[in-house]
Design a binder for this molecule. Structure first.
Ligand SMILES: Nc1ncnc2c1ncn2[C@@H]1O[C@H](COP(=O)(O)OP(=O)(O)OP(=O)(O)O)[C@@H](O)[C@H]1O
Length: 474
């Protein structure tokens, strides 16, 4: 029995308006030849598109069939065995290059077909990213899937009129829909977005302190690892960095990794590290590295900050009209003022005069210091404005584990959490979460997930043994 077509039902509908107006919809029958022509055209275009997009996969299927038909099945079998064993041998002998050239491409093709293409329409429809207008469904276009060793990267053409925020609001739906544990939305070109689905978390286990290579690095130093497994270099010269995180979030590892990376440059006389340690816990362990540029009690901290302001102003006077940017030299080294728990000095300080001196000095350094080679790297537990009123004077910010979702945007700026900086979801277990943070740089609003290397007490002792005293004023 023939299945009823949509028109068969429509023809039988009789609509009656309240005022007894009766009408029957007209059903125009499309000749079968048109329907067949349209279907054949679509199939041909689809075939060409598949060959165009996946030439290797198509070749892998068609070549043995063609060979079998032309030269017999034995030849085809030998060719298939040879073709399969060559990559298998490559995989065994050179797994890294095999993964880079073949493995990741094959995986991307498989993920495109099996995960994203298959689930695209239902996920778009259910998450509300597809639109129904005039009975037609409009879907965002799945452009390309690429795989990195740790994540799937999906390029999408949005529907006209959609914004990146529409996608950022649905990261949860997308992650669950495509069976990922997280989805991050990155704005690409106009009209396009990139969805990043991490497959495994390379940051899940602690990273030991990075080796001190002896290379003199001032502007940016390696402090940890990004989630794609590459090294992360933190820019320190020419900026100020605020590291915010709840207690036990691993702020110390960021401070110590930065200090560790700068030690060769301090040894060469191109950097001075000034340390303010009001909690008397974190930096005191390696205080010999800082010589007399270390302060713990609030009065001494205020003096040290004002001394930094003095150096800054003296340089500003000298540089005025001569140079607009600072280049570290032995005479004018880059000065990094490291402050552990800045709130102790700005908010919890009971001596009002001292508090005002410190706030004024920090504000002066963070507004005028970077052009003359004075930077501030500060750690903070509570990111509220009343705790650190000059929070926005730090161009670069790092959010480690935070207690509440709202705190993420307080630290990283509006919209950072929607862009995927889920700092409130970082594990409170030190082994899996301490030191992990989202970095948002002045120059790029996309948060980058990084884990700082863990500089243990014995690492600090070794640093002191090798470098203490080498950065003293000459
Ligand atoms: N990068 C890291 N990798 C692995 N574990 C870490 C890392 N950083 C810190 N930890 C672990 O987490 C613990 C807490 O770290 P840390 O004291 O640096 O946190 P914090 O944010 O400075 O806390 P607080 O503000 O209370 O001083 C450390 O004792 C260590 O065991």
């Amino acid at each position: 029995m023939l299945r009823k077509l949509p028109g068969d039902y429509t023809r039988d509908i009789v609509s009656t308006a309240p005022d007894s107006l009766v009408f029957r919809p007209t059903v125009v029958k499309t000749p079968a030849v048109f329907t067949i022509a349209v279907i054949s055209f679509r199939a041909t275009v689809g075939l060409f598109r598949m060959v165009w997009r996946h030439p290797l996969a198509c070749l892998a299927v068609l070549a043995p069939i063609a060979l079998g038909a032309l030269c017999g099945w034995r030849v085809a079998l030998v060719a298939v065995v040879a073709t399969v064993s060559a990559p298998a041998g490559w995989r065994l002998a050179e797994p890294v290059s095999f993964t880079a050239w073949i493995g990741l491409r094959l995986r991307a093709w498989w993920r495109w077909m099996w995960n994203y293409r298959r689930h695209w329409q239902p996920v778009m429809a259910v998450s509300g990213l597809a639109k129904h207008i005039g009975g037609r469904e409009y879907l965002p276009r799945l452009l390309k899937v690429t795989c990195t060793p740790t994540a799937d990267v999906v390029a999408v053409k949005m529907l006209s009129g959609q914004s990146v925020t529409d996608w950022q609001d649905r990261t949860d739906n997308l992650a669950h829909g495509f069976t990922g544990y997280e989805c991050r939305v990155v704005s690409a070109k106009p009209g396009r977005v990139t969805l990043v689905f991490p497959r495994r978390d390379v940051l899940a286990s602690p990273i030991p302190a990075l080796p001190i290579t002896g290379d003199v690095q001032v502007s940016a130093v390696p402090v940890g690892v990004r989630e794609d497994g590459s090294a992360y270099l933190l820019k320190l010269h020419g900026t100020h960095v605020l590291v915010a995180g709840a207690t036990g979030a691993g702020k110390g590892s960021w401070l110590w990794s930065a200090i560790r990376g700068l030690l060769p440059a301090q040894h060469a006389g191109l950097v001075e590290i000034w340390a303010l340690d009001p909690k008397l816990m974190e930096l005191s362990y390696g205080r010999a590295l800082f010589g007399d540029r270390y302060a713990a009690d609030p009065g001494a901290c205020a003096d040290l900050l004002e001394a930094a302001v003095k150096v800054m102003q003296e340089r500003a006077g000298r540089f005025a009209g001569v140079q607009r940017n600072h280049t570290p030299t032995v005479d004018d080294p880059f000065i990094l003022v490291v402050v552990d728990e800045v709130a102790f000095l700005t908010a919890y300080q009971t001596d009002r005069k001292c508090r005002e001196r410190i706030t004024a000095a920090l504000a002066t350094l963070t507004t005028q210091g970077r052009a003359v080679g004075v930077g501030v790297l500060a750690a903070l537990q509570d990111p509220r404005k009343e705790i650190l009123s000059i929070r926005n004077l730090f161009p670069d910010k790092i959010a480690l584990r935070l207690d509440e979702p709202a705190q993420v945007d307080l630290v990283l700026g509006d919209g950072a959490r929607d862009r995927g900086a889920l700092a409130d979801q970082i594990s409170p277990n030190p082994a899996t979460g301490a030191g992990i943070g989202y970095v948002r740089l002045e120059a790029s609003p996309e948060p980058v997930r990084v884990r700082a290397a863990y500089v243990s007490d014995s690492d600090i002792r070794a640093m002191v043994a090798e470098y203490a005293g080498t950065g003293e004023a000459r």
